[in-house]
Write a protein that binds this ligand. Structure first.
Ligand SMILES: Cc1cc2nc3c(=O)[nH]c(=O)nc-3n(C[C@H](O)[C@H](O)[C@H](O)COP(=O)(O)O)c2cc1C
Ligand SMILES: CC(C)CC(=O)C(=O)O
Length: 373
């Protein structure tokens, strides 16, 4: 599936999407690109970011500028990390191994999915930048701990528990394209999972409520899980300030403000819209990451200005992987980092800490579409 690209073919992250559409089988592209329901949230993730304006400051000396930052005590080259994305061997034969090599080369962190198509151990071996493990809660409690121990043992430094997708959203786009997981691609980290109990349903029972959701975790489960590990735990899929506060109160060390790239419940707000409210609810010291629609350095800048410590990049990593393997992902990350440097330079902000909404203007900024610096 890999093609040879030149820098002129892919000048920006969106170019990788266009090129990926040509190289990926139609059903796989539709699965990756698609959102839930009518894709209202998927579209809104982009339109909400586009609506924010940057009000630059001129003549600031930025020659000492840097995108470096520190998250949960770790050094990060820039406030950008690769989001957990399942089954990457669908996009490229090397899958997550190639992504890990690219992330390491660019010193960008990676969150490895429970549903990775390579083992957590083999990906870890290739990953020298910050490496976090994403957990999809498993019905068997002990098996969750087993996965966490494997992550701890292979050097992952944080655990991200995704809580917004106990069941898929309505995925009509993938259904219309007849998407099925290609032969040979499996959730290799789950092969030793104890068998799930078989459910028999009476006609008055719901296959959703009494079926699939009976396996979904609750706050109690996550609070228990946090106590099982010394790794910092972040909760991914938070959109409500009350849930962010709750996450903090049960001992989570951070949240990822996310609507799962518009792939789960449709019609929820874009992550960027709720980000400032969530930041306000948890205070300045708590780690808040954000994802959904981030495709430009200016998007990273906007998210940081509105309260994110860093952003996660979802689909663009798979598009770049499909187009050019590790080289594609590395190139895509480099584009993003350089775009962020350009945005910072031209906005007059030399450091990540400098990117903020000036308190003098916050009353006007609360209109939600203007960022003063
Ligand atoms: C193909 C695909 C697979 C995904 N797999 C996972 C996953 O295994 N775990 C998870 O927490 N999120 C998963 N996500 C959601 C991403 O982590 C992220 O929240 C989302 O893609 C961000 O939006 P963006 O694609 O617009 O950057 C997946 C997203 C896509 C597109
Ligand atoms: C297999 C899915 C649960 C992976 C995922 O999170 C997604 O497709 O959004």
């Amino acid at each position: 599936m890999t093609t040879s690209i030149t820098p002129i073919d892919a000048l920006c992250v969106a170019d990788y999407q266009r090129l990926a559409k040509d190289v990926l089988p139609h059903d796989i592209y539709e699965y990756i690109f698609g959102g839930g329901g009518d894709e209202i949230t998927l579209k809104h993730n982009r339109t909400a970011l586009d609506a924010i304006q940057l009000w630059p400051r001129v003549l600031n000396d930025v020659t000492h500028g840097t995108t470096m930052t520190s998250i949960l005590g770790e050094f990060w080259r820039s406030p950008i990390m690769l989001a957990p994305v399942a089954f990457q061997c669908m996009a490229h034969e090397e899958g997550e191994i190639a992504t890990a090599r690219a992330a390491s080369a660019l010193e960008i962190g990676m969150i490895v999915s429970t549903l990775a198509s390579h083992t957590v151990e083999s990906i870890s071996e290739k990953l020298t930048s910050p490496k976090w493990f994403q957990l999809y809660w498993q019905l068997d409690r002990d098996f969750n701990v087993e996965l966490v121990r494997r992550a701890e043992k292979s050097g992952y430094s944080a655990l991200v528990v995704t809580v917004d997708s106990a069941i898929h959203g309505i995925r009509n786009r993938a259904q219309r394209a007849n998407f099925v997981l290609p032969d040979g691609i499996t959730a290799v980290n789950l092969i030793n999972r104890p068998p799930l109990p078989s459910n028999a349903f009476t006609p008055d029972q719901s296959i959703i409520f009494q079926g699939m959701m009976s396996e979904a975790p609750t706050w109690k489960d996550i609070a228990w899980l946090i106590k099982q590990t010394s790794l910092p735990v972040l909760i991914k899929g938070i959109l409500h300030p009350a849930d962010a506060i709750k996450a903090k109160s049960i001992g989570a060390k951070g949240v990822v403000v996310s609507n799962h790239g518009g792939r789960t419940l449709d019609c929820v707000p874009s992550a960027i819209d709720v980000l400032p409210v969530i930041r306000q609810s948890v205070g300045g010291e708590f780690t808040v990451l954000m994802d959904g629609g981030v495709q430009r350095g200016t998007d990273v800048f906007k998210a940081v200005a509105l309260g994110a410590n860093a952003v996660l990049i979802g689909r663009p990593q798979v598009y770049a992987l499909a187009v050019a393997g590790a080289a594609g992902v590395a190139h895509m990350l480099r584009i993003l980092r350089e775009e962020l440097e350009v945005a910072m330079s031209l906005a007059g902000t030399a450091t990540i800490e400098d990117i903020k909404v000036s308190p003098a203007y916050t009353n006007i900024v609360s209109s939600g579409c203007v960022t003063y610096l």
